[in-house]
Design a binder for this molecule. Structure first.
Ligand SMILES: Nc1ncnc2c1ncn2[C@@H]1O[C@H](COP(=O)(O)OP(=O)(O)OP(=O)(O)O)[C@@H](O)[C@H]1O
Length: 332
């Protein structure tokens, strides 16, 4: 098959893509271009439309509207060709527990049309890449969740794809596997593979991605080099993020904080409270003194920098009953 990816043809091109589920629009007019060698991180809270976007790119879901091409092949009109250039690692992909690792990989290698000798060599290379060579004869069911994720990654790489789609690949991985994943992605990118990755582990994502995009309610709010996006999204904020940790239930303290006029967007969990504080530094000192004078078991009071995690936190308005929220700074 001719290699259609070049400097002028993006590896992934999404133009005005919309995804509707009956009357609900999950993705609203998305535009995105990702080139060979790029690692692009799609960041967004639950329900932002990340998986819907990945499913369209992986030819598993037709977009309602718009044009989507992988390696120059339109996913709706040339899905077979597109599939040959893409590798898709879905969020927590199941693996058959009664197969050995090499048998599982061999099934997919056969489906990709590799000959017996090619299959053997390629399975060996992919297992080496994900550092699971010694698990070749192990049963899939005996692997940890992190190792299973790495086997799924090896499976997605069997046909040497030019485009990799990884939806939440780090979920379930231990820290060592995550570092390994980062190294593998960087190596693939150096070899010219275009990578689209989504994750909730944002610190991991920002350190590996060349660019990021912030998706919320199906709309791309911003995209570009990571530090530029963080700067733009944080610009004009006249508040600081604060995180309080407690040794006891945070409910009573949350009630006190909720009455404070400079505190908003409060998110409360069992022993932690996060909120935004719009007061001056002197007012922050006064708040801290006031809290210390009361009988709360506060073990830390920490300012959270405006990083990509805060941006996501700002977008992700909690809906659960254990979170109380005020949408904007309270009127003074
Ligand atoms: N088959 C479906 N039918 C109806 N609505 C759906 C369907 N699949 C997804 N949705 C809705 O579309 C929206 C986007 O879902 P999607 O899974 O793409 O988001 P996401 O960013 O991947 O979220 P998460 O991180 O929770 O997986 C959500 O509101 C979801 O409930």
């Amino acid at each position: 098959m001719p290699d259609r990816i070049s400097d002028s043809v993006p590896a992934i091109r999404i133009s005005q893509m919309r995804v509707d589920y009956e009357s609900f629009t999950a993705v609203k007019g998305l535009d995105l271009s990702i080139h060979a060698g790029q690692i692009f991180g799609l960041i967004g809270p639950n329900g932002a439309g990340k998986t819907s976007t990945f499913k369209v790119l992986a030819t598993l879901l037709e977009p309602t509207y718009g044009e989507v091409a992988i390696g120059g092949f339109d996913v709706a009109e040339q899905p077979k060709e597109a599939r040959q250039v893409l590798g898709y690692m879905q969020d927590l992909a199941p693996v058959p527990s009664d197969l050995k690792v090499w048998e599982f990989l061999d099934c997919f290698a056969q489906a990709y049309g590799l000959s017996k000798s090619e299959r053997k060599a390629r399975i060996g290379e992919c297992l080496e890449l994900v550092e699971l060579t010694e698990k070749r004869n192990a049963f899939c069911k005996s692997l940890s969740r992190g190792m299973t994720q790495r086997v799924v990654l090896a499976k997605s790489l069997l046909h040497s794809p030019k485009v990799m789609l990884l939806d939440e690949p780090a979920s379930g991985m231990d820290p060592v596997s995550r570092v390994r994943l980062r190294e593998i992605l960087q190596k693939l990118a150096r070899d010219g593979v275009a990578i689209l990755i989504s994750s909730h582990i944002l610190t991991e994502l920002s350190s590996v991605c060349t660019e990021v995009g912030i998706l919320n309610h199906g709309e791309l709010l911003d995209s570009g080099p990571t530090h530029e996006v963080v700067e733009r999204m944080s610009a004009g904020h006249n508040f600081r993020g604060v995180r309080l940790k407690l040794l006891e239930s945070s409910a009573e303290l949350a009630r006190v904080l909720d009455k404070h006029q400079d505190i908003f967007d409060m998110a409360v969990s069992e022993r932690e409270i996060r909120f935004k504080f719009s007061g001056t530094p002197a007012e922050q000192v006064a708040l801290l003194k006031e809290l210390m004078n009361q009988d709360f078991a506060i073990c830390s009071f920490e300012e959270i920098a405006n990083n990509i995690e805060d941006i996501l936190l700002n977008l992700n308005v909690p809906q659960s009953s254990n979170a109380s929220i005020a949408a904007s700074p309270k009127a003074k």
